[in-house]
Design a protein around this ligand. Structure first.
Ligand code: NAD
Length: 170
């Protein structure tokens, strides 16, 4: 069985990683779509698709998870055609794992079996909370896999977020 999991991964965190670890163990192959791949250098979307790709692939390699394939996907401005847009980029999948209500609804309406994975420590393992902590100089490192800490440091992601916040308020 081949499954699909979609996220924005801004950044990839331990909640995503826990779901992917469980799903990858249940299925033969897992396709991960990096949504909103065109977005970067925004307060809510600071990281490029390539940077997010690195975060995910290095975290999976460290966890010895090898049956996962990553596909970046651009947004389209009509929700009704988004699933066919995703379908044009990925191999056929049998099931879609999604907790995001819009993602789940759009795939269900196209006839897909959808499964809702559990949330893991959503208070801390949340992209917006992690970005907030980065800006406030609070601990964010414990909410993401080690490889993500390394990628964010390599690309000077903390400084990038702080620069974006400054531009936004000036
Ligand atoms: P996200 O990175 O916030 O979350 C990805 C998944 O992880 C979601 O199912 C979310 O519920 C889950 N998750 C978050 N925290 C978790 C935790 N602590 N434990 C377990 N699971 C957790 O990404 P998202 O915003 O859900 O990504 C959806 C993507 O699909 C976006 O890029 C969006 O733009 C795209 N999309 C695009 C269109 C369009 O272009 N028209 C339509 C629908 C969706």
């Amino acid at each position: 069985m081949r499954a699909l999991y979609v996220g924005r991964f801004q950044p990839y965190h331990r909640g995503h990683h826990a779901v992917i670890t469980e799903v990858a163990a249940e299925v033969e192959e897992l396709i991960i779509c990096i949504g909103s791949s065109q977005r970067s250098h925004e307060l809510d979307n600071p990281f490029t698709a390539g940077e997010r790709y690195l975060m995910i692939s290095k975290s999976l390699r460290d966890a010895n998870i090898l049956n996962v394939y990553i596909v970046p996907v651009l947004d389209v401005n009509r929700n009704a055609v988004w699933v066919s847009h995703v379908e044009s980029l990925i191999p056929p999948v049998d099931v879609v794992y999604a907790h995001n209500p819009l993602t789940e609804r759009l795939f269900k309406e196209r006839g897909y079996e959808t499964r809702v994975p559990p949330l893991f420590n959503r208070t801390e393992y949340s992209g917006s909370e992690i970005r907030r902590r980065i800006l406030k100089n609070k601990d964010w490192e414990s909410s993401v896999p080690d490889a993500v800490v390394a990628v964010i440091k390599e690309i000077e992601g903390v400084k990038r977020l702080k620069d974006l916040a400054r531009t936004d308020t000036e």
